[in-house]
Design a protein around this ligand. Structure first.
Ligand code: BDP
Length: 698
C-alpha cells in the first residue's frame, strides 16, 4: 500500500477468475456528458482500471461496455430502459446493466455532472470490493445536501485540535503554487461523496476575508470545482471592524449590513459557486451579535441576507455556553436557541454538535435535535480525536456516529431517529447537511494514525447515507485500503467495531464525561479544578463525593433531562431505567448502588476501566496476526501506536481509579493490577507541548 492513496489503493485483483471476468467485461467507455469533470472521470477510470486490471481502457463512443451520460444525453433506447427507475436528486445516480444489441452495457447516469463523478467512484468501488458487474441495478441518492468538512486550520498553518501535522493549505504560496495534495484531497473527498469544505478555523481570523486571501481561496475553489467540492469560509463576526475599518459589527447597523453585502458580492465575483459562511458567535470568547445586545437570529439573518442573492448559506453554530448564566452547560444551547425556532431565514442552518457537551467519547444526542423542529439542523461530528486520544489511539468513529444518528428522539413516535430529523423526514426541512471536523494535515498518510483514515472515509460515507451501518463501512474501508481476504477483513472489522467501546471504557465509562486533562485533553484529569470557569473543570462534571458519583440532570438536579421530551424523560428519570451507558451523565449514583449485574457502582466502574485495557490487549493480539496482509511500515507503525494506546489506557485506568477511590473509600477490586504509581504522580504529569492546542484561547 501507498498510504497517501488512502482507500483508493486500486490493488491488482488477485483472484484469477474475478480478474478474467472483469477484463472481459471492460474495454471501452463512452463518456458522453459531464463538461465540468469529464477529464477527472476519465483519468480516474484509467488509473483505477490500469491498476486493478493491468489494462488500458479506450474512451470511445462505439462499442463501449460502459456509458457515462446524463439522463438527458441518453439515446432513445437507453432512456426507455431507465424510465422506470426511481426519482433521482441532483447528485444521485444510477448504475444499471441494460441490453444493447447482442451485449450488455453498464449505464452510469444522473442529472448533474457531479452525479456522474459519484457514479464513477461507486463503479470503481465495486471492483475494489470484487463485486460482480453483471445485472447491476443500483440507485443512489445522497440523503443530505451539504456534506462538508470543517477545517480548524489557522492562517499560520497550525491546526486547532489537529494531530496530523500542519494545515495542508499553503497560504503563503497561494494562489501561485497549486500543490498536488489539493487535487488528491479533492479526489479523496469526491470518492466518498463529500461536496464542501470550510477552509478555516471556527476560531477565525478576519484576515481570510481580505482581498489578498480571497484570491488564494479562489485558487483552491478552482482546483476543487471539477471534483464537486464547494468552498466555504468561517466568517468572524467582528470582521467589519477588524478589516473593514468600521467601529461596530452590530448586525442592525446599516453600515455593517452594507459591508457584509459588499463582501459577499466581492466573494461571488471571484467564486460564483461559493458555498457560504460558517459562524461561531458568542462562544468561548468569539465575537457575536450578543456583544451589541442583539440575538443569534439577528446576527445569522443579517449574514443570510448578504448571501441570499447568491444562493449562499449560513451555518450558524449552536455550540454556545454563556459565561454569565451559571446553568448546567449541557442545557445552555437548548435554552438559548429554542426561543428562536422558526425565526431564521431560509438559508440558515443551525449546526449542532452531536452531543450537548463537547465531542466526548460518549454523549447522549443533543436535545436540539428533538426540540428545534422548525429550523434546519445540521449535524457536527468531530473526526479529529480531540477527546479520544488524539492521533495515538485507534478508535473507529463511525461506531460513535452511528450511535448518535440512530438514537430515537421520539418526536413523531417511536423510531424518530436523529438521522430522520437530519434528512428532513420528520420536519420537511429543505436544506440539509452534516459537517465533520477534519482530522487531516501534512502527515505523509494525511491523518497521522493510519487507522484515522477510516474516520475520514466513514464520515463521508455517512454524510451520503446516514443510515449506513458502521459494520458495512468498516468492511468497505478495510477491503479498499488493505485486503479483501476474509481472514483479514473479519477479525479486523471486529477490532474496529470494538475500538470505540474500548476507549469509552478506559476513559469515561458509565456516562462519565469531560474528565480529561486541562487544555490538551489527551490524558486523564479527573482532579482538574479551580479554572477560570467552573464548567471547564472535571470536578464540575463528575461531582464525586463521599456519597457517590455523577451529575444529577433529573428534576432533582439541573433538570437537563426535561429537554429530551416525555418518553426519554420518563425512562431516564430513575436510575433503574436509565441505560447504564448514560448512568452518570444523568444521575448522582451512590457508590454501593447495585447495577444490573448485582455488583456495586464502584465495582462496575473498576470493571469498565479494566475491560477497556483488556480490549486494547485484544486489539494488539489481533493485529499481530495481520502482518501478511499489510505493508511492513504500516504494520510496525500500527503496532507501536497500539502499544502507546495500551500504555495510555493503563494510565487512564490507574489515575481515574486511584482518584475516585478517595471518594468511594472502597477496596480496589482484585482484578485491578496494583498501580505502578501513587495518585500524586499521575496528577503531576504535564504535557505543555501536546499537539493541537491553540494557546490564544485556552
Ligand atoms: C472544543 C475545542 C475547541 C473548539 C471548540 C469549538 O476544545 O478547540 O474551538 O470545541 O467547537 O471542543 O468551537
Amino acid at each position: 500500500q501507498n498510504t497517501r492513496n488512502l482507500w483508493l489503493q486500486y490493488d491488482l485483483v488477485t483472484d484469477p477468475v474475478v480478474l478474467r471476468t472483469y477484463k472481459e467485461q471492460l474495454n471501452a467507455v463512452d463518456i458522453r456528458s459531464a463538461a465540468l469533470n469529464k477529464q477527472v472521470i476519465q483519468d480516474e477510470l484509467q488509473t483505477g482500471i490500469l491498476s486493478m486490471l493491468g489494462k488500458h481502457l479506450s474512451f470511445t463512443s462505439s462499442n463501449a461496455e460502459v456509458v457515462i451520460a446524463k439522463l438527458k444525453d441518453l439515446d432513445a433506447n437507453e432512456k426507455q430502459q431507465v424510465s422506470k427507475t426511481p426519482k433521482l436528486e441532483s447528485d444521485g445516480y444510477i448504475i444499471k446493466t441494460i441490453p444493447k444489441g447482442s451485449k450488455d452495457v453498464i449505464l452510469i447516469s444522473g442529472l448533474s455532472d457531479n452525479s456522474l463523478l459519484y457514479g464513477t467512484f461507486h463503479f470503481l468501488r465495486l471492483l475494489q470490493l470484487h463485486e460482480s458487474l453483471s445485472d447491476l441495478d443500483l440507485v443512489e441518492n445522497p440523503k443530505l445536501s451539504i456534506r462538508i468538512l470543517n477545517h480548524w486550520d489557522n492562517l499560520d498553518r497550525t491546526v486547532e485540535r489537529g494531530y496530523a501535522g500542519f494545515s495542508i493549505w499553503d497560504w503563503h504560496h497561494l494562489p501561485g503554487l497549486i500543490k498536488k495534495e489539493y487535487i488528491e484531497y479533492a479526489r479523496a473527498n469526491a470518492s466518498i461523496g463529500l461536496n464542501g469544505t470550510v477552509l478555516n478555523n471556527v476560531n477565525a481570523s478576519a484576515y481570510i476575508l481580505q482581498d489578498e486571501y480571497l484570491d488564494k481561496v479562489k485558487a483552491l475553489a478552482d482546483v476543487f470545482r471539477p471534483y464537486g467540492i464547494k468552498v466555504y469560509l468561517t466568517a468572524r463576526f467582528s470582521a467589519p471592524i477588524e478589516i473593514g475599518g468600521l467601529d461596530t459589527a452590530d448586525p442592525l447597523s446599516s453600515e455593517v449590513q452594507r459591508w457584509w453585502k459588499d463582501k459577499a458580492d466581492e466573494i461571488y465575483n471571484l467564486i460564483p459557486d461559493f458555498g457560504g459562511f460558517l459562524v461561531k458567535a458568542n462562544s468561548e470568547g468569539q465575537p457575536g451579535p450578543n456583544n451589541y445586545g442583539r440575538s443569534h437570529v439577528e446576527g445569522a439573518n443579517m449574514l443570510a441576507d448578504a448571501l441570499a442573492p447568491h444562493q449562499g448559506v449560513v451555518m450558524w453554530r449552536a455550540f454556545v455556553y454563556s459565561d454569565e448564566k451559571p446553568e448546567d452547560r449541557a442545557k445552555q444551547a437548548y435554552t438559548e436557541f429554542i426561543p428562536f425556532d422558526g425565526e431564521f431565514k431560509d438559508n440558515v442552518l443551525l449546526q449542532v454538535k452531536n452531543g450537548p457537551i463537547d465531542f466526548q467519547p460518549r454523549e447522549p444526542f443533543h436535545p436540539l435535535f428533538s426540540g428545534m423542529q422548525k429550523t434546519p439542523l445540521m449535524m457536527e461530528f468531530q473526526i479529529t480525536q480531540e477527546y479520544l486520544g488524539g492521533m495515538s489511539h485507534l478508535v473507529f468513529l463511525p461506531q460513535l456516529f452511528e450511535e448518535t444518528l440512530q438514537s430515537d428522539t421520539f418526536i413523531k413516535g417511536k423510531n424518530s431517529t436523529v438521522s430522520k430529523v437530519l434528512v428532513g423526514d420528520l420536519s420537511g426541512q429543505k436544506v440539509t447537511g452534516i459537517a465533520g471536523v477534519s482530522n487531516i494535515g501534512t502527515a505523509r498518510n494525511w491523518t497521522g494514525h493510519p487507522f484515522a483514515q477510516a474516520n475520514w472515509f466513514g464520515f463521508g460515507r455517512l454524510a451520503w447515507n446516514p443510515d449506513l451501518s458502521a459494520k458495512a463501512i468498516a468492511e468497505e474501508w478495510l477491503k479498499m485500503t488493505f485486503s479483501t481476504d476474509p481472514d483479514f477483513v473479519e477479525p479486523m472489522s471486529t477490532l474496529l467495531l470494538n475500538s470505540r467501546e474500548a476507549v469509552v471504557n478506559y476513559m469515561t465509562p458509565l456516562g462519565l464525561h469531560h474528565i480529561m486533562a486541562e487544555g490538551h485533553h489527551q490524558g486523564p484529569g479527573p482532579w482538574v479544578d479551580g479554572l477560570a470557569r467552573e464548567d471547564w473543570t472535571s470536578v464540575y462534571y463528575h461531582k464525586a463525593d463521599s456519597l457517590g458519583l455523577g451529575f444529577d440532570r433529573t428534576a432533582s438536579g439541573s433538570d437537563a433531562l426535561s429537554q429530551y421530551g416525555t418518553e426519554i424523560e420518563k425512562a431516564y428519570s430513575k436510575i433503574e431505567t436509565t441505560p447504564e451507558k448514560y448512568l452518570l451523565w444523568f444521575h448522582h449514583v451512590p457508590w454501593d448502588y447495585k447495577l444490573k449485574n448485582g455488583h456495586s457502582l464502584w465495582y462496575n466502574l473498576a470493571r469498565h476501566y479494566q475491560d477497556g485495557v483488556l480490549k486494547v490487549e485484544d486489539m494488539i493480539s489481533t493485529w499481530e496476526q495481520m502482518q501478511p496482509y499489510v505493508d511492513e511500515y504500516v504494520f510496525r507503525q500500527t503496532q507501536m501506536l497500539l502499544n502507546i494506546q495500551l500504555k495510555e489506557s493503563k494510565w487512564w485506568r490507574d489515575a481515574c481509579l486511584l482518584y475516585f477511590q478517595q471518594f468511594s473509600n472502597m477496596e480496589m477490586p482484585a482484578f485491578i493490577p496494583h498501580a505502578k504509581h501513587a495518585l500524586d504522580y499521575y496528577k503531576s504529569i504535564q504535557r505543555p507541548y501536546a499537539p493541537g492546542i491553540k494557546p490564544s484561547w485556552d
